[in-house]
Design a protein around this ligand. Sequence first.
Ligand code: CUA
Length: 247
Amino acid sequence: MLNFLGMPIQASTHANDVDSLIVIVHWLMFVLFIGWGAFFLFVLFRFRKAANPTASYTGAKGHISKYLEIGIVVIEGVLLVFYAIPAWATRVRDFPDKTKAVGVRVVGEQFAWNVHYPGPDGKFGRTDIKLIAADNPLGLDRTDPDAKDDITAINQLTVPIDEPILVHLSSKDVIHSFGVYELRVKQDAVPGLEIPVWFIPNKAGTYEITCSQLCGLGHYRMRGFVNVKTKAEYEQFIADEEKALAK
Ligand code: CUA
């Protein structure tokens, strides 16, 4: 069914929950499509002109349609209450422990994704819009002690596999949307707000970050990449970046 729907690979632990819901909704829609289609054909035949020379002004008297409608509402209610709401609740309520998760800031701008790692001290350095420049798109204040070890990147978000990743999402200018289909993650990045979004990647690889809100003329080329690496590769990446910073 998943392949039939043309879904991207599942690269995060919650991807299957999202897909199950999509599959169930598609099955429901398939059944409704067949049901309504059959009903339509039945009506065309049953109430054809030849068999009904005079119009009936009373219409149908049966209760089947009412019970069917109630049944569909109940199924949709069950989907909402037992699948959709619990799945969404874990996304927005059960955040991973901040001390254990890999925290990273992602700041959208026209038309790129800026990535900000806190470095080994685990603290994000101060940023200031007055410091934003071509070579400092985040406006990071390197004189701040917390900022000394901070790592920045553009359009490349490198994360370790099998660990909770906590992305603090924001935007410098207009509303963008951080969409990574393989991770089943999509969240708007809104200027003035810092919105947390989390996931546990469980398949190494490179996945495209697609900006999913029309944000200007360059929207189509606003793409970044999530690089899911092994823990050793990730640690090597951080160490290499720290070495480059120290120079
Ligand atoms: Cu940013 Cu579309």
